[in-house]
Design a protein around this ligand. Sequence first.
Ligand SMILES: Cc1ncc(COP(=O)(O)O)c(C=O)c1O
Length: 424
Amino acid sequence: MEFQNTLAYARKLDEEDPLRSYRSEFHFPEHNGKPVIYFTGNSLGLQPKRTQKYIDEVMSDWKNMAVEGHFKADKPWWDYHERLAAPLAKIVGAKPEEVSVMNTLTVNLHLLMVSFYRPDKKRFKILCEEKAFPSDQYMLQSQVRFHGFDPEEAVVTVNKREGENFWRTEDIVAKIHEVGDELALVMIGGLNYYNGQVFDMKTITEAGHEVGAMVGWDLAHAAGNITLKLHEWDVDFAAWCSYKYMNSGPGNASGVFINEKYLDRTDIPRFEGWWGTKKETRFLMRPEFEPISTADAWQLSNAPILSVAPYLASLELFEEVGMPALIKKRNKIVAYLEFILKEIDKEVDSSFEIITPEDRGCQLSVFLHGEGRPLFDFLMENGVIPDWREPNVIRLAPAPFYCSYEDMYHFGQLLKKGILEKVS
Ligand SMILES: Cc1ncc(COP(=O)(O)O)c(C=O)c1O
């Protein structure tokens, strides 16, 4: 596609954008009375305006009905979380019964590892990507230690090649085969938080299964961003958070996927609580646990409604728009941002480099040569909210729900000014 780095052209792209009306569905922080250029939907998505209504509804039901709200509210609280499964299943490519919402992401990954990481003396290793998201590294290390293994030996990483900024699928597959029958679990971030790379989840899942390992994915940066086909790819389990591309609020609830082949298995251990037992008999308060026949069997506590409500509000937006339309805009706006970055780079003589590979979602990671931090600070002072990652990377995620092409143009102009003023 032939782009142009002009305001008129950016505005034309906005006029042609079928999702343009959704920008006004979100609250933007302001800088000097104007909405900021928001690039951190991969960290915390903006607040949808309709979220307030969902929270107010719960607050008002609580005020007016108190405990009766569990069963008599318009959206009764005792099964409120069930409303999220069907729309979420569409987003992650699952059957509704394979999806549940509960807890938070790291908690869920730990809980899922109770079921899907069951090492023995021979098969005990976990394979992940080099420099996985720190919480995942701590989780994997603490899990293997919990089972009596040494993380140095039990956690195997796949490295990028010397001089390359991305992981090669063939290297991951080769490592899986090398570890072979010692491999208990493959556990990778489906979209890398640092370089923005999308992993070939289908091929890697197949390779894990070929050597008899379980395969789970941390989809924090993937859910609501890229096409996922968890059921079709035969993924064993996955979890994601809701506060990035899913716009559900800081630290909010996490979604889980558990492949349907495990839903009725009695030989798979699981930590259990009363919200995982059948609804029909739950309040008989019997000692026997009768698992719900869906991923809800992994639920522990009664759902935190004030946290699930914003997630439901957000899923309503996803239902309206659908992933294909979001992905179409995402591809175009990311391509436009990339074009603008390359134009500016030509004009200011190569002071940065895009390290995100072709297999990408919404994010471009830009490695700044020289002193990067002053440039980042300059952008922040001028109404841009990008994200800084050590040692010298700025992450830019133009979320298709609310970012405009005009934002990309203005960002390019500011970037150029910042480089000329601050770096050279
Ligand atoms: C890739 C990835 N994994 C895990 C986490 C941890 O999420 P939480 O704090 O919700 O457990 C994050 C948070 O940003 C993340 O980006």
